[in-house]
Design a protein around this ligand. Structure first.
Ligand code: ADP
Ligand code: MG
Length: 347
């Protein structure tokens, strides 16, 4: 599989304020990469660098084997063949759906333009809407037209900046899947940024978590979830508990919940303190074994409960369980055997 987008150690600052710190990632051709991060972490700035509206202070951007930004080199935005879709999509109000989609197709002759517009009307399931104006469309329909307009000239790469943040919540889920299938059907390559976990896990082939201008991990979605490479990924995904312990001579971390083999034990010394993320789904609660924790909170969450437990030994953990348990009960909590855990230094 070829690579469409490659970022090498990008750094960017607005004046003295560092905004992007050593960002490297790549997106394979035909795939959707997704960057997940809270407001202000630098997502839009990164997309502006890729599109060519800002220049990195150092590092390189490659789009399909061409360096478009690097030391002493800048290819202007109009020559990068990048399409963009922003939050405020701004369709041209005085142009019809067809004319909006055809906007970037001036290099094609009339017959080719018509063919490409029809192809996109079918992709965004808006056949029959070609003569409508933007004010005659719903929010979701407008969004699909805006994406069709960005995709029309077959850019090498499409950048999507939180494209659904202005769409009502109920619609977002359907739209995410529609947009994903439009991109896939046209074999587009995209980099999508969002602060929404559901959106990111719903669309990404590759994904990463960004905090304070740093990309903490870039991997397959299931790896990000099951093998977080940084404690802040766990804090952001809220899918695991950070549990502390001591490294033993077998390269395990000894915790109050058991001993776990680490896949990076070479990074630690024997007797060093460290921590690991234990997924909230791997815990079992029994009431008829010797208790080691008390229940401090129970929250019902559609079909399951999230229990907060205070271990008698100190740590507070959360876990998913099928049935509710009284607050204040003493229980025994234990953990499935897990492998491939990454240990983190205690900061
Ligand atoms: P996100 O899209 O993740 O919300 P942004 O890329 O918009 O984050 O912003 C990242 C940081 O850069 C923020 O601290 C923001 O205040 C700052 N920033 C964004 N644009 C500018 C600008 N034009 N001048 C100075 N600082 C900016
Ligand atoms: Mg933004």
């Amino acid at each position: 599989m070829t690579t469409t987008l490659k970022l090498n150690s990008l750094n960017f600052a607005f004046g003295q304020q560092s905004v992007l710190n050593n960002i490297s990632l790549s997106v394979k051709t035909g795939q959707i990469g997704c960057l997940l991060g809270p407001s202000g972490c630098g997502k839009s700035t990164l997309l502006r660098l890729i599109a060519g509206f800002e220049q990195p202070q150092s590092g390189e951007i490659h789009i399909v084997n061409q360096m478009v930004a690097g030391t002493n080199l800048t290819i202007p935005p109009q020559n990068r063949e990048v399409g963009m879709l922003f939050q405020d999509l701004a369709l041209f109000p005085h142009l019809t759906v067809s004319q909006n989609i055809a906007f970037g197709l001036h290099q094609l002759n009339k017959t080719e333009q018509k063919h490409r517009v029809n192809e996109l009307l079918s992709l965004c399931r808006l056949e029959g809407f070609q003569a409508r104006y933007p004010h005659q469309l719903s929010g979701g329909q407008s969004q699909r037209v805006a994406l069709a307009r960005a995709m029309a000239p077959k850019p090498k790469l499409i950048l999507l900046d939180e494209p659904f943040s202005s769409v009502e919540t109920g619609l977002q889920n359907d739209l995410v899947h529609e947009v994903k299938s439009m991109l896939q059907a046209d074999q587009s390559t995209a980099l999508w940024v969002t602060h929404s976990l559901e959106e990111a896990f719903g669309i990404a082939d590759q994904m990463g978590v960004m905090l304070d201008g740093k990309l903490l991990q870039w991997s397959l979605p299931n790896e990000l979830y099951d093998k977080p490479a940084h404690p802040d990924v766990i804090h952001f995904l809220k899918n695991a508990n950070l549990v502390s312990g001591t490294i033993n001579s077998l390269g395990e971390i000894e915790t109050h919940l058991g001993n776990f083999k680490l896949n990076n034990d070479a990074n630690f010394k024997v007797n060093e303190q460290a921590q690991v993320g234990l997924n909230k789904r791997i815990f079992h609660i029994s009431k008829n074994k010797k208790p080691n924790a008390s229940v401090t909170k129970v929250v019902y969450q559609g079909g399951q409960y999230i229990l907060s437990l205070k271990l008698f030994e100190g740590d507070i953990i959360e876990c998913y369980v099928p049935n509710s348990i009284h607050i204040g009960s003493n229980v025994c909590v234990d953990v499935d055997e897990v492998t491939e855990l990454t240990g983190f230094p205690i900061s």
